[in-house]
Write a protein that binds this ligand. Sequence first.
Ligand SMILES: NC(=O)c1ccc[n+]([C@@H]2O[C@H](COP(=O)([O-])OP(=O)(O)OC[C@H]3O[C@@H](n4cnc5c(N)ncnc54)[C@H](O)[C@@H]3O)[C@@H](O)[C@H]2O)c1
Length: 349
Amino acid sequence: MKLLVTGGAGFIGSAVVRQAVGQGHEVINLDALTYAACLENVAPVADSPLYAFEKVDIRDAAAVEACFAKHEPHAVLHLAAESHVDRSIDGPGVFIETNVMGTYNLLQSARALWERKGKSGDFRFHHVSTDEVFGSLPADPSVKFTEDTPYDPRSPYSASKASSDHLVRAWHETYGLPVLLTNCSNNYGPYHFPEKLIPVIILNALAGKALPIYGDGSNVRDWLYVEDHADALLTVLAKGQVGRSYNIGGENERSNLELVQTLCAILDDLRPRGDGKAYADQITFVTDRPGHDARYAIDPSRIRTELAWRPSVTVEQGLKKTVQWYLDNEGWWRALQDRDGVGQRLGTG
Ligand SMILES: NC(=O)c1ccc[n+]([C@@H]2O[C@H](COP(=O)([O-])OP(=O)(O)OC[C@H]3O[C@@H](n4cnc5c(N)ncnc54)[C@H](O)[C@@H]3O)[C@@H](O)[C@H]2O)c1
């Protein structure tokens, strides 16, 4: 199948590109190469005859249209987005432009192509979204996000993603475009951009710096290894029911404090501090993020029962693989640490 993957130079998109090429799909990686992109993430497949790259900004409708006309993909996996909540607090405009208007541009070009091709039933527009559109959960562990949970986004990032989800559903209901939607929990793993919590903790720990935890560290997130998310996305693309949405999660709820303590223990084991002390001594509590959602937790029953998808690793296994990857790939993350805003506290309101 010929797949157009948007955002394929980012964290999750590059995992999708690597897996899709590995499975024998032809992949066009459409990416504007913003501050969050790194083409090295797709280096393992960049020389494959199955792989092509197009530097296109999804805010540019004409450029998007030209890319669709040139490649005529059989399916679109749409991951391109502004993705960092803290940045959305400081500068929400680009989140609306890329996540809302960019998705609109893609939907219009996808619809035009699908109509030119006689409204093929095989075409798919798969929109990749987040569990953050559902808002914040109470502490009660029996309450989780299902596909029927009402939308209640609370940050500029999640509101822009919720808007794009609504557009995708509307293009299905109104025009019949064959869409799929997925809402996934927090990802972690190799190639995670060094402004997000897990790489920040690993890299600050190694540098002997403070390990910043927002608020009291009680906020709970449901963690999924990025390769498992990519696998779930390709599973939904292949087997998902048109017009349906699927929640993706690993059922790995951890408070931020628990998560950071686990990372510290892994580092103590893999790269002990020179002074014999524990990395957890570097933990520091900092001012909370405004509107910080208390808890996210995914009920993945639908994707498990209908599509037989399961994550391949536990969070402990995945975190260990991730820490080892950062230890082995210093050149990758050092090159990104000079980028605008990386290493600074953003989004304090
Ligand atoms: N990271 C998570 O934990 C998580 C969880 C669930 C869903 N998601 C969703 O998955 C998708 C990918 O997330 P990520 O963490 O890999 O993000 P990322 O920030 O690492 O990568 C985003 C990619 O999109 C590209 N991009 C941004 N603006 C663009 C534009 N205007 N035109 C073309 N390309 C543009 C960037 O260059 C980058 O390569 C996003 O849609 C995000 O909302 C992320």
